[in-house]
Design a protein. Structure first.
Length: 260
């Protein structure tokens, strides 16, 4: 066991005073980077951390450079913490620190099978990607290597472990309202802004009569769901997937041949 004695540690480690964004960088472009930057700023503001415009530009340039060193299609995580911490919660001179991780994208885009699981904790607002929220997700997984989960609580659908949920029923796409337990995803936001997806409360019972299901995040963009294990199989060839493709296809930051 490595034991290191230090006078200061990262506040992100000490107090989970950190937010992050994960996305693909394809041919030097990130789809909807301004939306990622806004969400990061919203999260950091809750810690009293503000990134200057020059910091944001430098962060983006460094991110693109790190991705280019990997190849033409990289999965990137940008984590911003409160910097080094002394003893206690009070931090009178916050100096943020950013960490960029990049790896070649090797995700599988085929249909996914999900397992339904009850979210075991009280729901709380998710305005940004707080590291502490994902520590809670790890607790919900309880050591499981299976992250293809769909969470529900009190009879309402929430989201998958790492993606927003999209349900097609009665002629249109629906997604749970962002806020308690539901992250305002960037891809989800683009689909809502285009008028293709509508926010609403999504009861668990909707799984009985919905025709198609998809997940959305900034790594896989949109992925078809084949089944909720032991509950229902869905039509993975449903024509409604074309509506989702038409919103995103051809945009900078997506593969040139990408479709749902």
């Amino acid at each position: 066991m490595k034991i290191v004695r230090v006078d200061q540690i990262e506040r992100g480690m000490a107090y989970a005073e950190a937010c992050f964004e994960t996305f693909r960088v394809i041919d030097g472009c990130c789809f909807a980077w301004p939306a990622h930057q806004r969400r990061l700023a919203i999260g950091l503001s809750e810690f009293g951390i503000e990134l200057a415009d020059d910091d944001c530009r430098s962060l983006y340039e460094a991110t693109v450079e790190a991705a280019a060193a990997i190849g033409s299609d990289a999965l990137v995580r940008v984590t911003v913490t409160g910097g080094e911490a002394g003893w206690g919660l009070i931090n009178k001179s916050i100096s943020p620190a950013a960490y960029i991780q990049a790896m070649a994208y090797a995700g599988y885009s085929g249909p996914v099978s999900l397992r339904l699981k009850r979210w075991p904790f009280p729901l709380k607002q998710k305005r940004a990607k707080f590291c502490s929220d994902y520590a809670e997700t790890l607790r919900a997984l309880n050591g499981s290597k299976d992250i293809d989960l769909l969470f529900e609580r009190d009879g309402m659908l929430i989201a998958a472990a790492t993606a927003n949920l999209l349900l097609y029923r009665r002629g249109r796409w629906w997604t749970p309202v962002s806020g308690d337990g539901v992250l305002p995803g960037v891809i989800r936001g683009a689909l809502i802004e285009a008028g293709v997806v509508v926010e609403t409360e999504c009861p668990l019972a909707w799984l009985d009569d919905c025709e198609a299901v998809a997940l959305s995040n900034s790594g896989q963009f949109v992925r078809r769901v084949a089944e909720i294990t032991d509950i229902k199989r869905f039509d993975i060839e449903h024509c409604a997937f074309d509506e989702l493709s038409q919103v995103l296809v051809g945009e900078a930051g997506l593969p040139k041949d990408w479709i749902v």
